[in-house]
Write a protein that binds this ligand. Structure first.
Ligand SMILES: C[S@@+](CC[C@H](N)C(=O)[O-])C[C@H]1O[C@@H](n2cnc3c(N)ncnc32)[C@H](O)[C@@H]1O
Length: 292
Protein backbone atom coordinates (compact mmCIF):
# COMPACT_ATOMS: atom_id res chain seq x y z
CA UNK A 1 0.00 0.00 0.00
CA UNK A 2 1.29 3.48 -0.88
CA UNK A 3 2.30 5.59 2.13
CA UNK A 4 0.79 9.04 1.80
CA UNK A 5 3.05 12.00 2.56
CA UNK A 6 2.81 15.80 2.51
CA UNK A 7 -0.51 17.57 2.96
CA UNK A 8 -2.49 14.61 1.59
CA UNK A 9 -0.79 12.20 3.99
CA UNK A 10 -1.24 14.57 6.94
CA UNK A 11 -4.98 14.87 6.24
CA UNK A 12 -5.38 11.11 5.83
CA UNK A 13 -3.40 10.33 9.00
CA UNK A 14 -5.27 12.74 11.29
CA UNK A 15 -8.73 12.08 9.77
CA UNK A 16 -8.21 8.43 10.50
CA UNK A 17 -7.07 9.22 14.06
CA UNK A 18 -9.81 11.74 14.92
CA UNK A 19 -12.61 10.55 12.60
CA UNK A 20 -15.61 12.87 12.26
CA UNK A 21 -13.99 15.31 14.67
CA UNK A 22 -11.06 16.11 12.37
CA UNK A 23 -12.65 18.90 10.20
CA UNK A 24 -13.72 20.98 13.23
CA UNK A 25 -10.45 20.24 14.99
CA UNK A 26 -8.48 21.40 11.95
CA UNK A 27 -10.55 24.58 11.70
CA UNK A 28 -9.90 25.33 15.38
CA UNK A 29 -6.17 24.69 14.92
CA UNK A 30 -6.05 27.29 12.17
CA UNK A 31 -7.88 29.94 14.27
CA UNK A 32 -5.80 32.66 15.98
CA UNK A 33 -4.16 31.38 19.17
CA UNK A 34 -5.45 32.70 22.48
CA UNK A 35 -3.33 33.40 25.54
CA UNK A 36 -3.75 33.85 29.26
CA UNK A 37 -1.61 36.21 31.26
CA UNK A 38 -0.09 34.96 34.51
CA UNK A 39 0.58 37.91 36.79
CA UNK A 40 4.16 38.18 38.05
CA UNK A 41 4.13 38.54 41.86
CA UNK A 42 7.71 39.89 41.77
CA UNK A 43 6.44 42.84 39.71
CA UNK A 44 3.62 43.36 42.24
CA UNK A 45 1.30 43.40 39.27
CA UNK A 46 -2.47 43.12 39.67
CA UNK A 47 -4.90 42.87 36.81
CA UNK A 48 -7.21 45.86 36.66
CA UNK A 49 -10.25 43.67 35.93
CA UNK A 50 -11.55 40.94 38.21
CA UNK A 51 -9.28 37.96 37.49
CA UNK A 52 -10.69 34.64 36.36
CA UNK A 53 -9.83 31.56 38.41
CA UNK A 54 -9.47 28.20 36.67
CA UNK A 55 -8.35 25.15 38.65
CA UNK A 56 -7.20 27.35 41.51
CA UNK A 57 -4.89 29.39 39.28
CA UNK A 58 -5.77 33.01 39.03
CA UNK A 59 -5.27 34.72 35.72
CA UNK A 60 -6.96 37.10 33.41
CA UNK A 61 -7.95 35.47 30.18
CA UNK A 62 -8.81 36.74 26.77
CA UNK A 63 -7.60 36.61 23.17
CA UNK A 64 -4.05 37.79 22.66
CA UNK A 65 -5.07 41.02 20.97
CA UNK A 66 -6.63 42.06 24.25
CA UNK A 67 -3.31 41.96 26.09
CA UNK A 68 -0.71 44.63 25.76
CA UNK A 69 2.78 43.14 25.38
CA UNK A 70 4.29 42.33 28.77
CA UNK A 71 6.31 45.27 30.09
CA UNK A 72 8.38 46.16 33.12
CA UNK A 73 6.64 47.75 36.08
CA UNK A 74 8.29 50.33 38.32
CA UNK A 75 9.58 47.32 40.33
CA UNK A 76 11.76 46.53 37.28
CA UNK A 77 10.23 43.13 36.43
CA UNK A 78 7.82 42.14 33.68
CA UNK A 79 4.17 42.45 34.70
CA UNK A 80 2.84 39.16 33.29
CA UNK A 81 3.70 36.12 31.21
CA UNK A 82 1.48 35.12 28.27
CA UNK A 83 0.83 31.47 27.50
CA UNK A 84 -1.82 28.96 26.44
CA UNK A 85 -4.15 28.20 29.38
CA UNK A 86 -3.49 24.46 28.89
CA UNK A 87 0.23 25.05 29.54
CA UNK A 88 -0.59 25.88 33.15
CA UNK A 89 -2.08 22.43 33.77
CA UNK A 90 1.14 20.33 33.85
CA UNK A 91 2.64 22.61 36.49
CA UNK A 92 -0.56 22.42 38.54
CA UNK A 93 -0.59 18.63 38.12
CA UNK A 94 2.95 18.43 39.53
CA UNK A 95 1.72 19.92 42.82
CA UNK A 96 5.09 21.53 43.61
CA UNK A 97 5.77 22.64 47.20
CA UNK A 98 8.50 25.02 48.41
CA UNK A 99 11.65 23.08 49.30
CA UNK A 100 11.22 20.29 46.70
CA UNK A 101 13.82 19.28 44.13
CA UNK A 102 12.31 19.79 40.68
CA UNK A 103 13.71 19.29 37.19
CA UNK A 104 12.15 20.64 33.99
CA UNK A 105 13.83 18.33 31.45
CA UNK A 106 12.90 20.23 28.26
CA UNK A 107 12.47 23.72 29.61
CA UNK A 108 13.00 26.30 26.87
CA UNK A 109 11.74 28.92 26.23
CA UNK A 110 10.87 28.70 29.92
CA UNK A 111 7.22 29.54 30.53
CA UNK A 112 6.55 26.41 32.59
CA UNK A 113 9.87 26.79 34.43
CA UNK A 114 8.77 30.29 35.43
CA UNK A 115 5.55 28.83 36.86
CA UNK A 116 7.55 26.10 38.67
CA UNK A 117 9.83 28.79 40.15
CA UNK A 118 6.78 30.68 41.45
CA UNK A 119 5.57 27.49 43.17
CA UNK A 120 8.95 26.93 44.86
CA UNK A 121 8.99 30.49 46.29
CA UNK A 122 12.81 30.59 46.28
CA UNK A 123 13.20 27.32 48.27
CA UNK A 124 14.40 23.87 47.18
CA UNK A 125 15.84 23.47 43.67
CA UNK A 126 14.66 23.97 40.11
CA UNK A 127 16.87 22.63 37.32
CA UNK A 128 15.71 23.99 33.96
CA UNK A 129 17.32 21.90 31.26
CA UNK A 130 17.38 22.24 27.48
CA UNK A 131 19.76 20.87 24.89
CA UNK A 132 19.54 23.91 22.63
CA UNK A 133 21.93 26.76 23.49
CA UNK A 134 19.85 29.36 21.65
CA UNK A 135 16.73 28.28 23.50
CA UNK A 136 18.54 28.16 26.86
CA UNK A 137 19.36 31.85 26.35
CA UNK A 138 15.60 32.47 26.37
CA UNK A 139 15.25 30.75 29.76
CA UNK A 140 18.00 33.03 31.15
CA UNK A 141 16.18 36.04 29.72
CA UNK A 142 12.81 35.04 31.22
CA UNK A 143 14.35 34.42 34.65
CA UNK A 144 16.16 37.78 34.58
CA UNK A 145 13.13 39.67 33.27
CA UNK A 146 10.70 38.15 35.75
CA UNK A 147 12.55 37.06 38.89
CA UNK A 148 14.84 39.15 41.15
CA UNK A 149 18.44 37.85 41.30
CA UNK A 150 18.08 37.37 45.07
CA UNK A 151 15.19 34.92 44.40
CA UNK A 152 17.11 32.99 41.72
CA UNK A 153 19.53 31.21 44.08
CA UNK A 154 17.59 27.94 43.79
CA UNK A 155 17.37 28.11 39.96
CA UNK A 156 19.90 26.36 37.70
CA UNK A 157 19.97 26.09 33.91
CA UNK A 158 21.62 23.01 32.36
CA UNK A 159 22.26 21.61 28.88
CA UNK A 160 21.96 17.81 29.13
CA UNK A 161 20.40 15.41 26.66
CA UNK A 162 17.19 14.44 28.46
CA UNK A 163 17.20 10.96 26.90
CA UNK A 164 20.51 10.17 28.64
CA UNK A 165 20.18 12.00 31.95
CA UNK A 166 19.62 8.83 33.96
CA UNK A 167 23.13 7.63 32.99
CA UNK A 168 24.51 10.30 35.33
CA UNK A 169 21.89 10.79 38.06
CA UNK A 170 19.42 8.42 39.68
CA UNK A 171 16.53 8.87 42.14
CA UNK A 172 17.42 12.51 42.69
CA UNK A 173 14.26 14.61 42.29
CA UNK A 174 10.83 14.94 43.90
CA UNK A 175 9.14 16.19 40.73
CA UNK A 176 10.00 15.96 37.04
CA UNK A 177 8.33 17.95 34.30
CA UNK A 178 8.82 16.37 30.89
CA UNK A 179 7.25 18.78 28.39
CA UNK A 180 8.62 16.84 25.46
CA UNK A 181 9.54 18.00 21.96
CA UNK A 182 6.68 16.83 19.72
CA UNK A 183 5.04 16.92 16.30
CA UNK A 184 3.38 20.25 17.11
CA UNK A 185 0.81 19.79 14.36
CA UNK A 186 -0.61 23.28 14.85
CA UNK A 187 2.68 24.70 13.57
CA UNK A 188 2.85 22.15 10.75
CA UNK A 189 -0.61 23.20 9.54
CA UNK A 190 0.39 26.87 9.59
CA UNK A 191 3.55 26.30 7.57
CA UNK A 192 3.14 25.10 3.98
CA UNK A 193 6.81 23.99 3.73
CA UNK A 194 6.51 21.86 6.90
CA UNK A 195 3.23 20.42 5.65
CA UNK A 196 4.77 19.49 2.30
CA UNK A 197 7.58 17.63 4.12
CA UNK A 198 5.27 15.77 6.54
CA UNK A 199 5.46 11.95 6.59
CA UNK A 200 3.94 9.43 9.03
CA UNK A 201 7.44 8.30 10.03
CA UNK A 202 7.93 11.68 11.67
CA UNK A 203 5.56 11.12 14.60
CA UNK A 204 6.89 7.55 15.01
CA UNK A 205 10.48 8.82 15.22
CA UNK A 206 9.56 11.57 17.70
CA UNK A 207 7.70 9.01 19.83
CA UNK A 208 10.92 6.97 20.16
CA UNK A 209 12.77 10.00 21.58
CA UNK A 210 9.85 10.86 23.85
CA UNK A 211 9.80 7.37 25.29
CA UNK A 212 13.57 7.47 25.91
CA UNK A 213 13.06 10.74 27.82
CA UNK A 214 10.22 9.31 29.91
CA UNK A 215 12.22 6.17 30.72
CA UNK A 216 15.10 8.42 31.81
CA UNK A 217 12.70 10.53 33.91
CA UNK A 218 11.50 7.40 35.71
CA UNK A 219 15.08 6.67 36.78
CA UNK A 220 15.90 10.16 38.00
CA UNK A 221 12.72 10.65 40.05
CA UNK A 222 12.76 9.42 43.67
CA UNK A 223 10.49 6.54 44.58
CA UNK A 224 7.18 8.22 45.50
CA UNK A 225 7.95 11.21 43.26
CA UNK A 226 5.83 12.45 40.37
CA UNK A 227 6.53 12.98 36.67
CA UNK A 228 4.22 14.97 34.45
CA UNK A 229 4.63 13.97 30.82
CA UNK A 230 3.16 16.52 28.40
CA UNK A 231 3.12 17.46 24.73
CA UNK A 232 1.32 19.84 22.38
CA UNK A 233 0.93 16.97 19.89
CA UNK A 234 -2.29 15.67 18.38
CA UNK A 235 -0.77 12.33 17.42
CA UNK A 236 -1.88 9.69 19.90
CA UNK A 237 1.43 7.87 19.32
CA UNK A 238 3.12 10.74 21.21
CA UNK A 239 0.51 10.96 23.97
CA UNK A 240 -1.30 7.88 25.34
CA UNK A 241 0.97 5.78 23.08
CA UNK A 242 4.01 6.73 25.22
CA UNK A 243 2.26 5.74 28.45
CA UNK A 244 1.11 2.49 26.88
CA UNK A 245 4.73 1.73 26.04
CA UNK A 246 5.74 2.57 29.60
CA UNK A 247 3.28 -0.11 30.77
CA UNK A 248 4.89 -2.56 28.34
CA UNK A 249 8.50 -1.76 29.25
CA UNK A 250 8.45 -0.58 32.88
CA UNK A 251 5.46 -2.43 34.38
CA UNK A 252 5.41 -2.44 38.19
CA UNK A 253 7.67 0.59 38.55
CA UNK A 254 4.98 3.28 38.31
CA UNK A 255 1.32 4.00 38.70
CA UNK A 256 -0.81 6.56 36.92
CA UNK A 257 -2.50 9.35 38.83
CA UNK A 258 -5.72 10.33 37.12
CA UNK A 259 -6.38 14.04 37.39
CA UNK A 260 -9.14 16.04 35.80
CA UNK A 261 -9.40 19.75 35.17
CA UNK A 262 -12.19 22.22 34.45
CA UNK A 263 -11.43 22.22 30.72
CA UNK A 264 -10.42 19.39 28.38
CA UNK A 265 -11.30 15.72 28.38
CA UNK A 266 -9.98 12.43 29.76
CA UNK A 267 -8.05 10.03 27.52
CA UNK A 268 -7.23 6.39 28.34
CA UNK A 269 -4.14 7.34 30.38
CA UNK A 270 -4.18 11.12 30.74
CA UNK A 271 -5.92 14.38 29.95
CA UNK A 272 -6.21 16.26 26.68
CA UNK A 273 -7.19 19.82 25.87
CA UNK A 274 -8.31 20.28 22.27
CA UNK A 275 -9.12 23.63 20.67
CA UNK A 276 -12.38 22.62 18.96
CA UNK A 277 -14.15 22.24 22.32
CA UNK A 278 -12.11 24.50 24.62
CA UNK A 279 -10.38 27.11 22.45
CA UNK A 280 -7.09 26.06 24.12
CA UNK A 281 -4.37 23.58 23.28
CA UNK A 282 -3.78 21.14 21.72
CA UNK A 283 -2.20 19.82 24.88
CA UNK A 284 -1.83 16.40 26.47
CA UNK A 285 -0.60 15.40 29.92
CA UNK A 286 -0.26 12.26 31.98
CA UNK A 287 0.79 12.03 35.62
CA UNK A 288 3.13 9.17 36.49
CA UNK A 289 4.11 8.28 40.07
CA UNK A 290 7.20 6.15 40.61
CA UNK A 291 6.45 3.32 43.04
CA UNK A 292 9.62 1.21 42.70
C1 LIG B 1 7.99 21.68 23.81
S1 LIG B 1 9.50 22.49 23.98
C2 LIG B 1 9.50 22.86 25.70
C3 LIG B 1 8.66 24.07 26.06
C4 LIG B 1 8.90 24.54 27.49
N1 LIG B 1 8.62 23.47 28.43
C5 LIG B 1 8.11 25.76 27.88
O1 LIG B 1 7.04 25.63 28.48
O2 LIG B 1 8.55 26.89 27.58
C6 LIG B 1 10.64 21.17 23.89
C7 LIG B 1 12.09 21.56 24.17
O3 LIG B 1 12.85 20.35 24.22
C8 LIG B 1 14.18 20.65 23.83
N2 LIG B 1 14.85 19.37 23.51
C9 LIG B 1 14.73 18.62 22.38
N3 LIG B 1 15.44 17.50 22.48
C10 LIG B 1 16.04 17.51 23.71
C11 LIG B 1 16.90 16.61 24.41
N4 LIG B 1 17.28 15.45 23.85
N5 LIG B 1 17.31 16.94 25.66
C12 LIG B 1 16.92 18.13 26.22
N6 LIG B 1 16.10 19.02 25.60
C13 LIG B 1 15.66 18.72 24.37
C14 LIG B 1 14.00 21.62 22.68
O4 LIG B 1 15.17 22.41 22.49
C15 LIG B 1 12.77 22.42 23.12
O5 LIG B 1 13.17 23.64 23.69
Amino acid sequence: MKVLKGQEGFEAFYSEMYGERWPSLKEALLAPKKHVAVANPYAHYKFPEVPLTVDGITFDHDVRESFARPEKTHHDYMNYYLLDAASILPVEALDIHPGERVVDLCAAPGGKSFLCALKLKGQGLLVSNDRSAARRARIHRIFDDYIPKTEQKNLTITSYDATKWSLYQKSNYDKVLLDAPCSSERHVLEDSKELAMWAPGRTKAIAITQFAMLASALDIIKVGGTIVYSTCALSKLENDGIIEKLYQKRAGRFELIHQSFSFGEPTEFGWQVLPDTTGWGPFYLAVVKRVR
